[in-house]
Design a protein around this ligand. Structure first.
Ligand SMILES: NC(=O)C1=CN([C@@H]2O[C@H](COP(=O)(O)OP(=O)(O)OC[C@H]3O[C@@H](n4cnc5c(N)ncnc54)[C@H](O)[C@@H]3O)[C@@H](O)[C@H]2O)C=CC1
Ligand SMILES: O=C(O)C(=O)Cc1ccc(O)cc1
Length: 622
């Protein structure tokens, strides 16, 4: 989906950043060439055009667009719909008409977005879903109702602020030092709208002429009521029934302090104190919201950690500030961690599990199957890092692939298992289903590039050779990293979970070469964990002298004790060429005497774990 922002002013800038941060192809066009990224001649190459010009310019702009591109979906964001919709209808555009109820430098999260018209196109669904995911509150009303409501909402608020300014004009100058909190906030808001484009506020007031008459009438009525104590009390009692939510209004007022131009050491100290206590209150609010999120996730059975959402959030935050991006990311990561800890506490989750990430990987899919979906996951980009996370205590458990029915042993896992102070305590076998996914529905012949992890590519080679012989293969470190590379002409091989998480289209399901493509995972923990008693398997490393029969003498121990070996691998010892270390899996929990016997016959022996097959992993106890 190619998005053009038509009019790169305050609102255009917001939508440009919003969609760019989410990985969309976005360009800006403006009459002012300094703000333009494409020329007028190029506007035909876009599927969606966000119309972000001032209301007086909407008609001209739509005429210009119609000359070049009639097929794009127009997104109208105008404040008043009677100024935009007749032109959209007349010119026969497909259009989505919304009213973002926020100004140019506001945050979209928790902002209201009113939808007044939809055309039914797929792009609309995607756009509204992105807003919803960013935490905007979306509601639907008719065009007529919208303009009526705007008279009540914006017409009233702005009129009263202008009235406030008009009444106080010349009385205070810049003497803010004796202002009360409410006065100061109103003064600030009046100044805000007075300093914006007067045409916008003129249109809003033009739409509110009827309502202004009511305001003036009410002012007279109020004046009369206020002359009499009892009637005033009566009015207040009545109003209280409707205007009852003043919770946290102090936060609104205290937030004003952060906007003060503090000067001099004493005032600056006070300023910083005010900011710190506000920041603390806001952090508490964030954590409180996390608790509620946990309860919601419990209802929906969703994972606590959806790191890619956090990545998007971090990226967006960093683009909004001039401060050191690394430090800002760190602070917010800590904040997210604090919130998440609270979520885990509410859910009763005690253990953290490290898996191969980013989210959407097959390892994550496996982890979710093992623990149910309420799982605190730590995503690592390499197998080695999972071992490090477990060894250092950052994660309680790690889930690592040990072998795949098509590709055989995962050597990084073997090598790491030998070197790190961790042990295997369980194994889990998972059926791996690969899917061809893309950003949108795409005929196979239009797929120019396929991204995925080398193993996934290998496992789907038959499908690729038969159906995508023309496509270029590009390897990525993980399957989900492949997803991040996607554009409109490429596809990735990924799990069903990844398709769901990243809202991708599944073009073809189950494209792996064998109908049964299974991967066995080890579940590891720090060495020295308590043995359960029902372990039925052992994995171990050993080395033998470089002489005939040395390996045979070790295998003899298994043979004599009637123990079946289901896996035997040799790995270079890393000392000199020809020196090997063996890795074996025995289908029994080896007793001490057997381990002793093996030790006698080897130059080195390390039991990497006594383990058992599991289909659940408990993260709620201990
Ligand atoms: N400012 C606000 O708080 C809100 C505004 N809106 C609506 O958003 C729209 C845009 O408002 P702002 O971003 O505040 O305006 P703005 O004045 O900040 O930006 C408008 C941009 O459009 C460009 N422009 C003007 N005529 C053009 C034309 N014919 N073709 C191409 N570019 C043209 C201008 O050069 C400017 O860069 C308006 O319809 C407004 O009602 C909606 C919600 C809030
Ligand atoms: O909150 C207000 O009323 C504003 O002043 C910002 C604003 C202005 C115009 C809109 O269409 C939406 C929001």
């Amino acid at each position: 989906m190619r998005i053009l922002i038509y009019g790169m002013g305050g609102m255009g800038g917001i939508f440009h950043r919003f969609f760019e941060n989410r990985g969309y192809f976005v360009k800006g066009y403006d009459l002012n060439p300094d703000r333009s990224e494409v020329s007028y001649g190029e506007i035909d190459g876009f599927d969606v055009i966000f119309l972000c010009v001032p209301m007086d310019e909407i008609e001209n702009a739509l005429e210009d667009i119609a000359r070049k591109n009639r097929s794009a979906l127009i997104v109208d964001i105008s404040t008043l719909k009677n100024l935009a919709i007749p032109h959209l209808e007349r010119l026969g555009f497909d259009y989505l008409s919304i009213h973002p109820m926020f100004g140019p430098d506001s945050e979209i999260g928790l902002s209201n977005i009113i939808v007044v018209h939809e055309s039914g196109r797929e792009e609309e669904r995607v756009i509204l879903e992105e807003f919803r995911r960013a935490g905007a509150i979306i509601s639907h009303i008719s065009v007529e109702e919208h303009d009526r409501k705007m008279a009540e909402i914006q017409g009233t608020a702005h009129f009263l602020l202008f009235l406030f300014a008009l009444t106080l004009r010349g009385r205070f100058g810049k003497a803010y030092h004796y202002g009360s909190p409410i006065f100061l906030v109103m003064h600030k808001l009046a100044s805000r709208i007075i300093n914006q484009d007067w045409r916008l506020y003129y249109h809003i007031q033009k739409n509110a002429e009827e309502l202004r008459k009511e305001i003036l009438e009410n002012a007279r009525v109020l004046d009369e009521i206020m002359k009499d104590e009892r009637s005033f009390k009566g009015l207040v009692d009545e109003l209280r029934e409707e205007f009852d939510d003043y919770r946290d209004s102090t936060i609104v007022l205290d937030a004003y302090k952060t906007t003060v131009n503090a000067e001099g050491i004493d005032m600056l100290r006070g300023y910083i104190r005010a900011i710190d206590s506000l920041v603390l209150r806001l952090i508490e609010k964030r954590v409180e919201a996390g608790r509620k999120v946990a309860m919601e996730k419990l209802k929906l059975n969703e994972p606590v950690e959806i790191s890619h959402v956090e990545d998007v959030k971090l990226r967006e935050l960093v683009t909004k500030t001039e401060l050191n991006p690394v430090m800002v990311s760190e602070i917010f990561e800590r904040l997210m961690k604090l919130t998440k800890e609270e979520e885990y506490r509410i859910l009763g989750v005690r253990k953290k599990v490290a898996v191969l990430g980013p989210p959407g990987s097959f390892s994550e899919e496996t982890a979710l199957k093992l623990v149910g979906s309420r799982l605190p996951l730590i995503y690592q980009s390499k197998v080695e890092d999972i071992f490090l996370a477990v060894e250092s205590g950052k994660a309680d458990y790690g889930i690592v692939p040990i072998e795949n029915s098509l590709q055989g042993t995962v050597l990084q896992t073997l090598d790491a298992l030998l070197r790190h102070d961790v042990e295997v305590f369980a194994e889990y076998e998972s059926e791996i289903r690969h899917n061809l996914v893309a950003k949108k529905r795409l005929p196979l012949r239009d797929i120019e590039v396929v991204y995925s992890h080398p193993q996934a590519i290998a496992q789907c080679s038959e499908f690729i050779n038969n159906y995508l012989p023309h496509a270029e293969i590009r390897y990525t470190r993980t399957t989900s990293e492949a997803i991040e590379m996607l554009d409109d002409r490429s596809a990735a091989i990924a799990s069903e979970l990844a398709a769901k998480l990243y809202r991708l289209q599944v073009i073809k399901r189950d494209i792996q070469s064998l109908t049964s493509n299974r991967t066995r995972f080890y579940i590891i923990r720090r060495s020295g964990g308590s043995v359960n008693g029902d372990e039925s398997l052992t994995c171990l490393f050993f080395g033998v002298d470089d002489r005939p029969g040395a390996l045979y003498r070790v295998l003899e121990v298994f043979y004599k004790n009637g123990i079946n070996l289901r896996k035997l691998e040799s790995r270079p010892a890393g000392t000199r060429l020809g020196d090997y270390i063996f890795f074996a899996e025995a289908e029994e929990k080896l007793g001490e005497n057997i381990v002793e016997e093996i030790k006698k016959r080897t130059t080195f022996c390390k039991v990497a774990g006594f383990f058992r097959k599991v289909d659940r992993l408990d993260v709620f106890t201990g």
